[in-house]
Design a protein around this ligand. Sequence first.
Ligand SMILES: *[C@@H]1O[C@H](CO)[C@@H](O)[C@H](O)[C@H]1NC(C)=O
Ligand SMILES: *[C@@H]1O[C@H](CO)[C@@H](O)[C@H](O)[C@H]1NC(C)=O
Ligand SMILES: *[C@@H]1O[C@H](CO)[C@@H](O)[C@H](O)[C@H]1NC(C)=O
Ligand SMILES: [Zn+2]
Length: 285
Amino acid sequence: MIFFNVFVLAQVTFSLGKPISRSPTRSTERDVDGWQALSDGNKNFRAEINPELLKNLTKEGQRPEFMFLGCSDSRVSEGTIFNALPGMMFAERNIANQYNENDRNTKAVMSYAVEGLGVRHIIVMGHQGCGGVKAAIASPPPQPWDTADFAVQEWILPLRKLYAASDSRPEIVKYRNEYPGCVNVPKPDLHHPVLRAMVEENVKQTVSKIASSQLIEEVSKRKSRRYSNSTKTAVFIHGLVYDLENGTITNLDVSVGPPGMRIPPVPFPHREAPTQAFTFQSYGP
Ligand SMILES: *[C@@H]1O[C@H](CO)[C@@H](O)[C@H](O)[C@H]1NC(C)=O
Ligand SMILES: *[C@@H]1O[C@H](CO)[C@@H](O)[C@H](O)[C@H]1NC(C)=O
Ligand SMILES: *[C@@H]1O[C@H](CO)[C@@H](O)[C@H](O)[C@H]1NC(C)=O
Ligand SMILES: [Zn+2]
């Protein structure tokens, strides 16, 4: 039963990322190579890391300045793409970097990041070529769904709604009009404008959902009472997009912070063409 589920889940995962070989021989070879790479990687890490940093972090605990909310995609690991050291980022990754009020996992991660660890910046990062976003644009797989289909389809439902409702991006409207009724919609390829637009709109939606979440509202109220409204204790939420092909990170310019507070500069280049005007700069009442 367990093996069956793992196999089925793997099949669905294929459609979200690069397909991998299902031949037993290949898969065994791959596992061995993979493990060796991990083992070598850990050796390299230990050789290069400053041992004093690890000791300090162990003794003093973590005090990360950032929380990272990105996609589970193996190509967008925050430690790798930011060259980040241990202690820099408290992280949550899920398919297509989403935040939903009913997702207890992401909510708990964010709560502890903000209240327990005092992170100052929540970085929401989408990426080009996101399989979760592609899958949400395309028609759902034919029924009946197995457990794995159901889990993935349920998770990407908010993205389908975003795709169906988004009127601000001509790229999305155009694709919707090409496939009326969302019937037989193919997965857009990497460079298709609809994919790029949806990846960006999804980041904006996540930033907006976090900014209007109960947690941020409460934190904002409490912090402004407890510590005055200094930028040192404020929480800012930012939207970035990572490009898979060359590793470039761009700033979508959708940062938000508490009312009346200047948003600290985000040192990543802006997207070349300005995105649709964003309607809020501050969260809270
Ligand atoms: C470790 O902590 C000590 C004492 O706070 C500090 O002087 C030192 O710079 C820290 N080292 C690293 C690598 O963080
Ligand atoms: C990275 O690739 C994307 C498209 O694939 C392109 O738009 C962007 O300009 C590239 N950035 C750099 C720094 O090469
Ligand atoms: C704190 O809020 C007050 C009133 O909203 C504002 O005048 C002041 O500039 C704020 N302080 C900071 C550090 O943003
Ligand atoms: Zn993704």
